[in-house]
Each structure stands twice: as structure tokens, then as C-alpha cells.
Design a binder for this molecule. Structure first.
Ligand SMILES: *Cc1c(COP(=O)(O)O)cnc(C)c1O
Length: 482
């Protein structure tokens, strides 16, 4: 019963030994080769049956060893993943991390950084905040603006909208307290029931072409979306939003302007929407997950007038700011509104939440977090802002050039003029089946990854260009296959 326990030996997995050194070398050598390889094939998915056949079972009681596991990854698993930073990956929104950012992502893991609190990760948080401040300045937000890097635009939009609703609830509660104080002594106090808006349900107004993550956030929050049809050019304008605000009144807690729609790269008229703030009380959130990066380019900056009035903005460095997955910069005009909405309280966290130090966990719907802003920080610090402006301008120019080529080609037409770096076009007479067959063939022949899309019930396809290695000539070669 009382047998003395031997002190447990550290496991072989946690000991520095010849074996560990060999594993680390294997992984770093592979990473080095992949990062420095300029022609990683496009690759394509396999079936589950094929992967089972080629990879076999890899999880066993005794382990298959690093050499074998890495070999399965390199020769079976990785080729079954499309290379998202390939210049001919033009679907959805691609990614194009700089070599510096990708390499530094290894450092973030190697350093076992905890990015949730100042207490644990002050140095990492300091660097991330410097990047957020730089972005805020570019977007015309006040020097006091701040926020956090979250996993992606979906979580960024959700966290911003949660803060917006919290802000509206506080305003309502305050108004109710004022009324109560002005009238009889009804008490009020901190345990008053959560106020609901007139009419019962909170509402968020956005363009009918807003990203699906806005509707997703609304479902999570159990609020209603009021979609407003934008003009034929795809831009949502103040007058359209005004009508929605008049109709839905004070139950609207936020208006979302899209700064670069995912489908078309169209930037809403943010200035005319922001101007409504003088007549209505709402939180202006700018969803710039893809497009707001273009505000860094002198070629596109003018399109973003009004962003400086936003109460919150998001932009994804993993889209057009050349950082690896996954990172979304969420910035609040008044960070305190974000902190009040999101700080988690628990006895074991008191030591963190009872200080005034900046803890990134407090600004979004998360707790434990990777210091995911650091790869972007390292690359931006290394190359400087001008290199980013040039790289973004390059994609805008290539997009304008290929749009011009499409317009002048017999049998091709643009669906809309591109504003940023997404070019949507039709091949005359093609059905959905034609686009499907053509797209599958392009990937099968490893020429390009360009998926079919549609607009207003008509099939089309699109080039989403964020990779500075994507050239006009490569795009022309794709048009030639149609
Ligand atoms: C991509 C995108 C999102 C969602 O971002 P994720 O990082 O994929 O979650 C939201 N809004 C817009 C406009 C986008 O382009």
C-alpha cells in the first residue's frame, strides 16, 4: 500500500537526445526546403480511399518513427493539399505569405509563446500591438485604437459585433437608469434585467453582398440581419442604409460596411454610411478581411474614405498582407468597449483580469491564443511598409490589366469592373457545366486552380489575385484554355 514511488523519468519525447536532435533536424530541413522552393506543384485532393491505400494507418501504439511519418506527409499527405500560395491558385481568396513571415512562424512555435496575457507574453504582445497601431494609423483611426489578432475574419466579425451589441445594451441601460432617476425612486441598480431594444430583437444592417460570416455571427448571437440590396455596381451607399435605419429604428445596433467584398472586391461607400452617424446611433463595423489591405496602396486608398469613422475594423493578414494562416487583425476605435464585452472572469484568472495591463485575450471571444500576429510583425519589420504597398499595388495592376484583356477579347465579358484585385468574368454561352468541366481539367492538368462562381443566377468564374508572383502572362494563358 505504501510503496514508495520512484521519481518519474522524463519521457523520451521530452528529453534532448540524439533521437530528438534527429527529429528536429528532419523537420527543419523539410521546412527549409519547402519555404525556399519556388515551384512546389499546385497539387490536388485525393479520395479518402486513395489516401488510406497510400498512407496506411500511421497511429500505432509504438509509433512509426519520425522518418516514416515525415515521409508519409511529404509524399502522400502534402501532395493531396492544394498549394495555396501557388501563383496560379486564383480561387476564393488565396494566400501569399512572405518567406520571412513563414519562417518566423516556426519561431513562434519554437519559443512556446503564450499570446493571451501581458503577464505571460509581454514581449510578443508589445510587438503585435505595434503592428495593430501601424494598421490603425493607416486606416485613419485614432492613436488610442487597439485590438487583437484572432484566428480569422469570421471570429473577428463575431467579436466586433458582440462588442457592438454590448455597447448598445449599455447605452440602453444607461438611458433607462437616467429615466428612472428622473422619475420616481424605482431603484434601477446593477441587477436590473438586461434591457431589450424596442420591438424585441437586435438587428445588424449590412449589404446583401456582405460576407457569409456576418449571417453566421448573427446566428450565433441570435440577432437578425437586415440585408440591404446594393446598387447595380455592388456598392452599398448611405441612402440605402438610411432607409433601413428609418425602418428598423433603435433596434439596429450595428451597420457593417464591406471594404472589399469577397466575390467582387467591391468597397462600399463607407463615407456616406459613416455620415449617417450624425442622425442615427449605431456602431459602424468595417469588414475588410480581404480588401482593407488595399488601403496601403496609393492606387486604391481613395476608395476607403470614411474608414476613419469606423468603431471597429478587421483585416486578415493571411489574405492580402502576406502572412501565413491564420490571422485576422481586429481593431476597435475604443478598445475598452471590446474589453468590457469579452473579458472572461474566473477565480484562476483574477490575477490577469484585475490589472490594467493589456491582455489580448480580453478583446475577442477566445482565451488561450497563439501570438499569431508575430509572423506578420517580423516580415513587416524586416522589409518595411513600402514593400507591402508595392506588393499590393502589383496585384491591383495585374487585375486591371487582365480586366482590360478580357474586355477586348472576343467571347469574353467582365461581370463588373474590378476595384481591387478580384476579376469576375463570363465566357459567352458557357453553362455551369462548361465552367465545372473546364475548372476540373485545369486542376487535373495542374495548370491552375480557378473555380466556377455565379452572380445573379448567371454562371461565371473569377481570378482572385493576391500573390505578387501571379503574372499577366499566366492569366492570359488561362484565358487561352477557355
Ligand atoms: C474571407 C472573408 C471573411 C472571413 O474571413 P476568414 O478569415 O475566412 O474567417 C469575412 N469577410 C470578408 C469580406 C472576407 O473576404
Amino acid at each position: 500500500m505504501n510503496a514508495r514511488h520512484e521519481p518519474a523519468a522524463p519521457t523520451r519525447m521530452h528529453t534532448v537526445s540524439g533521437e530528438t536532435e534527429q527529429i528536429v533536424d528532419l523537420v527543419l530541413d523539410y521546412s527549409r526546403r519547402r519555404i525556399l522552393n519556388d515551384d512546389t506543384p499546385l497539387d490536388k485532393p485525393s479520395t479518402e480511399a486513395e489516401l488510406t491505400r497510400l498512407a496506411g494507418p500511421t497511429i500505432t501504439e509504438r509509433g512509426i518513427g519520425a522518418t516514416k511519418a515525415l515521409s508519409v506527409f511529404e509524399h502522400v499527405l502534402a501532395p493531396a493539399c492544394i498549394t495555396t500560395d501557388h501563383p496560379q491558385y486564383l480561387s476564393f481568396i488565396p494566400t501569399a505569405p512572405t518567406k520571412a513571415a513563414t519562417a518566423f512562424d516556426l519561431v513562434v512555435s519554437a519559443s512556446a509563446l503564450y499570446g493571451g496575457s501581458w503577464l505571460e507574453g509581454a514581449g510578443a504582445v508589445y510587438a503585435e500591438n505595434e503592428v495593430l497601431s501601424w494598421l490603425a494609423r493607416e486606416f485613419g483611426l485614432p492613436a488610442t485604437a487597439g485590438g487583437v489578432f484572432v484566428q480569422g475574419g469570421t471570429l473577428g466579425n463575431l467579436s466586433a459585433l458582440v462588442a457592438a451589441r454590448d455597447h448598445a445594451r449599455h447605452a440602453l441601460a444607461e438611458a433607462a437608469r437616467d429615466t428612472a432617476t428622473a422619475g420616481a425612486d424605482t431603484g434601477g441598480g446593477s441587477d436590473a434585467p438586461t434591457p431589450i431594444p424596442p420591438g424585441g430583437r437586435w438587428k445588424v444592417v449590412c449589404s446583401a453582398e456582405a460576407h457569409s460570416s456576418i449571417a453566421s455571427a448573427a446566428r450565433v448571437m441570435d440577432v437578425d440581419v437586415i440585408p440591404v440590396k446594393p446598387a447595380a455596381d455592388g456598392m452599398l451607399r448611405g441612402d440605402d442604409v438610411r432607409a433601413a435605419l428609418l425602418e428598423h429604428g433603435t433596434s439596429v445596433f450595428a451597420v457593417v460596411a464591406t471594404a472589399g467584398s469577397t466575390n467582387f472586391g467591391i468597397v462600399d461607400d463607407v463615407a456616406s454610411i459613416a455620415a449617417l452617424k450624425s442622425d442615427f446611433d449605431f456602431w459602424l463595423h468595417v469588414d475588410g478581411a480581404y480588401g482593407l489591405a488595399a488601403m496601403l496602396s496609393p492606387l486604391a486608398r481613395d476608395r476607403f474614405a470614411g474608414v476613419e469613422h469606423a468603431d471597429s475594423v478587421i483585416v486578415d493578414p493571411h489574405k492580402w498582407l502576406f502572412a501565413p494562416f491564420d490571422a485576422c487583425a481586429l481593431i476597435y476605435r475604443d478598445p475598452e468597449a471590446g474589453r468590457r464585452a469579452h473579458t472572461q472572469h474566473a477565480e484562476y484568472l483574477d490575477t490577469l483580469t484585475e490589472t490594467s495591463e493589456w491582455s489580448p485575450s480580453d478583446y475577442a471571444a477566445h482565451l488561450t491564443r497563439r501570438a499569431r500576429g508575430l509572423p506578420f510583425w517580423f516580415s513587416l519589420a524586416t522589409y518595411g511598409g513600402a514593400a507591402y504597398r508595392e506588393a499590393i499595388s502589383h496585384s491591383i495592376t495585374v487585375a486591371a490589366d487582365i480586366a482590360h484583356e478580357i474586355t477586348s477579347r472576343e467571347g469574353f465579358s467582365l461581370v463588373r469592373d474590378p476595384q481591387l484585385s478580384v476579376v469576375v468574368f463570363e465566357r459567352d454561352g458557357w453553362t455551369k457545366a462548361d465552367y465545372n468541366a473546364w475548372s476540373a481539367r485545369l486542376l487535373d492538368e495542374q495548370k491552375a486552380f480557378v473555380t466556377p462562381s455565379s452572380h445573379a443566377g448567371r454562371p461565371n468564374t473569377r481570378f482572385a489575385i493576391v500573390n505578387p508572383n501571379t503574372t499577366f502572362e499566366q492569366l492570359v494563358a488561362i484565358l487561352d484554355t477557355m
